[in-house]
Design a protein around this ligand. Structure first.
Ligand code: GDP
Ligand code: MG
Length: 591
């Protein structure tokens, strides 16, 4: 049967351990491509940062022991933000190559990706990469794989020189079982990825699990109930390769009449339009935004340009959520929801690189919840739109579990650093004689600002970190509000933990004092927590009379100057009777 010559597999690894390079060697070895650039990472940001944001899949042909095999390399996004998508792409595989860099050994993401592959019941083929490198210590990695994952006799490869790559791909054929499914059954098709292509519109990466799908067929999404027609179907080589149909066991793409990527629900099941009692693949869930940030153009006239840029990203990136927003302090802008930290970073970088719009991004926040006194649970996505304090019984905040791998000498510093972030240590394991793994539970809000950067600097760049979302937990939170002359500033309103309120309030008022120019009257700057003022400063009057310099000057010059000042004022915001340039918030919000 055709299916016995199909292998669906993926490569999982810590970042930079050589996943893309190995994928390239596979493509070369199978004659799928010849040129040098890494093609699986398509976005420029992805290439530069070496991260695969969007999973890309390639079908390869390989002859082995007299048979033609169809090898589907299912590429998985390389970061935890996309872990739900990783788990969906793994669902389309039966095997995984676990790749470890021989110069670095197992790292934080090696653990998380190993467990994902393990939980998905995949056949795991261990590989030690970069054995050509002068500082490679493959023996050490062999030991680590044995001790921590019970994986023996890993393949020794160099994705750079190609050494051992043929053996590895043949091991995939030997060890990974063919995909299960039923060619004669009714259609069940699994959607594991989607993206937007400016030529074709929404493209879905699919696996035909049961039955057969043909061009022109009418199908239905079990999760959103919508029906679609198959406009185009085919294999994903380096380019899309249209075919008439795909059948059980095959992986490929379909172009349906979908308007936007958000219709392509990762993890969805399709069946024929009239089929009623098809059992969908389990575990379907919609991805959730875990980090939010406001994006405001510094020059309000650029709002429309920003809108266009964001709409374009939204079309391409199904997990980005964008809503219009308005702030008394920052003007018109947008509120953006991201899957996680990396997702947000990539967004910022793209915005910087592709557009000349200067924006203020408000500090990231997490989706909090509150249980009201009447028992209802609400989601708080914006702290300045919160119900009254007296209606709230308790706050809940999202938690994460982080995994950190570091050289032993940094253990003390890293442990005390973690302790400053409301963390609880769950585990500490020696990886080998020189490295230790730490696992902590802590609130997501603690790691979203500069946690990883600090960790890197404490460990001179040696730490690797990964995190996983956990449930919500009760927390003693309250609203911290900065005020100018008792007028609250919406852009400087945060939900914070009681233990941190005082320090944060002090920093806020100090920064405000530094950044707000003196007026002809006293300005009082305050910060309150839970309705009580806990920090305050005064800005003393400062006489600034623009006309004073122009005594005797002629009237036209005087008018010109007044005019200029008036125009300048248009962009200013009035808060507590004080004109504040929104740009000053940029200095204040920048940590
Ligand atoms: P990914 O993040 O796992 O996709 O890693 P990449 O494939 O982008 O590789 C990260 C870096 O390691 C790149 O600079 C590669 O050129 C390099 N690299 C990958 N494989 C090898 C190898 O076998 N030997 C050596 N010396 N370098 C390698
Ligand atoms: Mg890569």
């Amino acid at each position: 049967e055709a299916r016995s010559y199909i292998r669906n597999f993926c490569i999982v690894a810590h970042i930079d351990h050589g996943k893309s390079t190995l994928a390239d060697r596979f493509l070369e070895l199978t004659g799928t491509k010849v040129d040098k650039a890494q093609v699986l990472d398509k976005l420029a940001v992805e290439r530069e940062r070496g991260i695969t944001v969007r999973a890309q899949t390639a079908t390869m042909n390989y002859e082995y022991k007299g048979h033609q095999y169809l090898l589907n390399l299912i590429d998985t996004p390389g970061h935890v933000d996309f872990s739900y998508e990783v788990s969906r792409s793994l669902r389309a595989c039966q095997g995984a190559i676990l790749l470890v860099d021989a110069t670095a050994g197992i790292q934080a993401q090696t653990f998380s990706t190993f467990y994902q592959a393990f939980e998905a019941n995949l056949e795991i083929i261990p590989g030690v990469n970069k054995i050509d490198h002068p500082s490679a210590v493959p023996e050490l990695v062999v030991e680590q794989l044995k001790t921590h994952f019970d994986l023996h006799n890993p393949f020794m490869v160099s994705a750079k020189t190609g050494q051992g790559v043929k053996e590895l791909i043949e091991a995939v054929i030997e060890k990974v079982p063919p995909p299960p499914g039923n060619t004669d059954g009714r259609l069940r098709c699994f959607l594991f990825d989607s993206w937007y292509d400016w030529l074709n519109g929404v493209i879905c990466a699919i696996e035909i699990v049961d039955g057969r799908l043909q061009k022109g067929d009418r199908i239905r999404s079990i999760n959103n109930g919508k029906t679609y027609q198959v406009h185009e179907i085919g294999f994903m080589r380096l380019e899309l390769e249209p075919r008439n149909s795909l059948e059980s066991g095959q992986v490929g793409y379909v172009v349906l009449n979908m308007k936007e990527t958000s219709e392509a629900l990762i993890g969805d099941t399709f069946c024929m339009v009239d089929d009623k009692d098809i059992v969908p693949f389990e575990g379907f869930k919609k991805s959730k935004c875990m980090v939010f940030s406001g994006v405001f153009p510094i020059d309000q006239e650029e709002c429309e340009d920003l809108n266009k840029a964001l709409m374009k990203y939204n079309l391409e990136d199904r997990s980005l959520v964008i809503q219009k927003d308005q702030s008394a302090a920052l003007g018109n802008g947008f509120r953006c929801g991201f899957l996680g930290l990396l997702h947000m970073d990539i967004f910022k970088e793209r915005l910087d690189r592709e557009h000349k719009i200067s924006v203020i991004m408000t500090p990231p926040s997490v989706p909090y919840k509150a249980i009201l006194k009447d028992g209802t649970e609400i989601l708080i996505e914006k702290c300045n739109e919160m119900p009254d304090k007296f209606k709230i019984k308790t706050f809940l905040e999202p938690m994460v579990s982080i995994t950190i791998v570091i050289p032993n000498e940094y253990l003390g510093d890293v442990m005390s650093f973690c302790l400053q972030h409301r963390s609880k240590q769950d585990e500490i394991v020696n990886i080998d004689t020189k490295h230790v793994l730490l696992r902590y539970s802590l609130p997501l809000s603690e790691i979203i600002v500069d946690f990883y950067d600090c960790l890197k600097s404490i460990t001179k760049g040696m730490a690797t970190m990964d995190y996983e979302h956990k449930d919500y937990r009760e927390a003693d939170l309250g609203k911290l509000v900065a005020m100018i002359n008792s007028d609250p500033i919406d852009a400087l309103t945060f939900l914070v933990h009681r233990s941190q309120a005082y320090d944060k309030a002090k920093i806020l008022v100090e920064k405000l004092k530094e950044n707000i120019p003196g007026q002809q009257f006293d300005i009082s700057i305050q910060a309150s927590f839970d309705g009580k003022v806990i920090a305050s400063q005064k800005i003393r009057p400062f006489r600034k009379d623009v006309l004073a310099k122009l005594y005797g000057g002629d009237q036209t010059r005087k008018n010109k100057l007044l005019d200029k000042q008036k125009r300048g004022k248009k962009k200013m915001k009035m808060i507590g009777n004080v004109e504040v340039d929104p740009a000053t918030f940029q200095n204040i919000l920048r940590n």
